[in-house]
Design a protein around this ligand. Structure first.
Ligand code: ADP
Ligand code: MG
Length: 271
């Protein structure tokens, strides 16, 4: 089997006195779509920012290996040069430049045809959108499409897509599915972050994030089943994450699901 393009090893990250990432382990293989599923507040975006090397997201311990490089100490720009791209959960604010130009920014002298095909890949007809200003007049869904077209146009080795299906005027699962399959076929590893388990089945592999750690990795249907039987019942009892794992009922529920990790966290970290 191929070597993973991304390997996250026992990654810990603390923000304002609590551990948001609690020993994350994750492996992603080249040219595959890997879904990272988890309830709101489970730490998915934090993991994405930490992999990308965003300011303030320096891990306390653990490491991230990408394509043979240890990313420790590398800036966002250096990581981008190695081939990592992140599409934000909240799309970037554009500067009013033409959409076609924005989409081609990551590429040296992109041809008009190249940019058009990137726009068409996200169902934005180039003749209507290519010269339109990328500005606040675009709807939320249009902005997300433009952002995804820009990520696709860069042809990164790893594309991290943070909740492309969330927000106003959402993209459909079909829209996203077509694009990520195309990216994977062209050799990009896609880390697709979502809290929507309906999107899991379009992946090659899926991991479930819960309370700051990856608690399960497997085939998409296995991860989806784990999520619906072991994770979703908790949201009904305790609400959205983060849960207060010092509460006895939370501990009991997690322990009864065989989540030994929480007990270890409690023993090791509770002071
Ligand atoms: P997700 O993307 O899975 O919804 P996040 O990574 O955004 O989760 O957040 C995980 C947890 O970390 C949440 O409890 C959130 O409130 C907390 N958190 C996120 N960013 C910060 C920050 N900059 N400082 C402190 N806590 C944060
Ligand atoms: Mg998020």
């Amino acid at each position: 089997m191929a070597e993973p393009i991304l390997r996250v090893e026992d990654l810990w990250l603390q923000r304002t006195q609590s551990d948001i990432l609690q020993g994350v382990n994750l492996e992603i293989y080249p040219g595959t779509v890997h879904v990272l599923l988890g309830l709101n507040g489970s730490g998915k975006s934090t993991l994405a920012y930490t992999i990308m090397g965003c300011e303030g997201y320096v891990p306390d311990s653990g490491r991230i290996l990408f394509d043979g490089h240890d990313l420790s100490g590398l800036s966002v720009t250096e990581r981008a040069k190695l081939g990592i791209t992140l599409a934000w959960q909240e799309p970037a604010r554009f500067e009013g430049i033409p959409i076609g130009k924005y989409v081609g920014l990551g590429k040296e002298k992109p041809s008009k045809d190249y940019v058009s095909s990137m726009l068409e890949a996200v169902s934005l007809p180039a003749k209507y959108y290519g010269y339109r200003a990328a500005d606040a007049t675009l709807s939320g869904g249009e902005r997300k499409r433009v952002e995804l077209a820009a990520v696709y146009a860069m042809k990164p080795k790893l594309a991290i897509l943070d909740e492309p299906d969330s927000g106003i005027d959402v993209l459909t699962v079909g829209d996203i599915g077509m694009l990520i399959r195309r990216m994977a076929l062209e050799g990009t590893a896609v880390l697709l972050i979502t809290h929507n388990d309906g999107i899991v089945e379009m992946a090659d592999a899926a991991s479930l994030m819960c309370a700051g750690a990856v608690v399960f990795t497997g085939k998409p249907y296995e991860t989806r089943r784990y999520f619906s039987t072991r994770c979703m019942p908790h949201i009904e009892s305790f609400g959205s994450q983060p849960w207060d794992i010092t509460q006895p009922e939370v501990q009991a529920a997690l322990a009864s699901n065989g989540e030994r990790r929480f007990l270890q966290v409690e023993e090791g970290k509770n002071d």
